[in-house]
Every structure is written in C-alpha cells, then in structure tokens.
Design a protein around this ligand. Structure first.
Ligand SMILES: [Zn+2]
Length: 60
C-alpha cells in the first residue's frame, strides 16, 4: 500500500517509523530523531539498504 515509503530506525533510541521520502532531505543531510533528538546523517536512519536506495532515487 505504501510502497514508496521508507522505513527509518533511530540508531540511538531504536525508535522506528516510516516516512514519505519525498518529504525527507538528502541522505547526507543532518537529521534529528523526532523522539530523542539524536543528530546524525539521514542515511544512518535508513533501516535497510533498500530504504537508502529509495531515498537516493527520490532526493538529489
Ligand atoms: Zn532516537
């Protein structure tokens, strides 16, 4: 149903959620966990390589 969505997981608090990648910044942009505020590159929040690939395809 939400095939275009990507799965994210916070490397710090392990919160997981999904998001529309068209609303996300590029994989190398810094991103803050909405739960614990951990600040890392967005690529580090991608749950799987597939999610990272989808993100790369839809962002510049
Ligand atoms: Zn977190």
């Amino acid at each position: 149903m939400n095939e275009a969505f990507v799965q994210l997981v916070c490397p710090e608090c392990l919160k997981d959620w999904e998001a529309d990648p068209t609303g996300l910044p590029s994989p190398d942009a810094s991103f803050s966990c909405p739960d614990c505020g951990e600040d890392r590159r967005l690529s580090e929040f991608m749950r799987t390589d597939r999610d990272l690939e989808v993100l790369r395809e839809l962002t510049d």
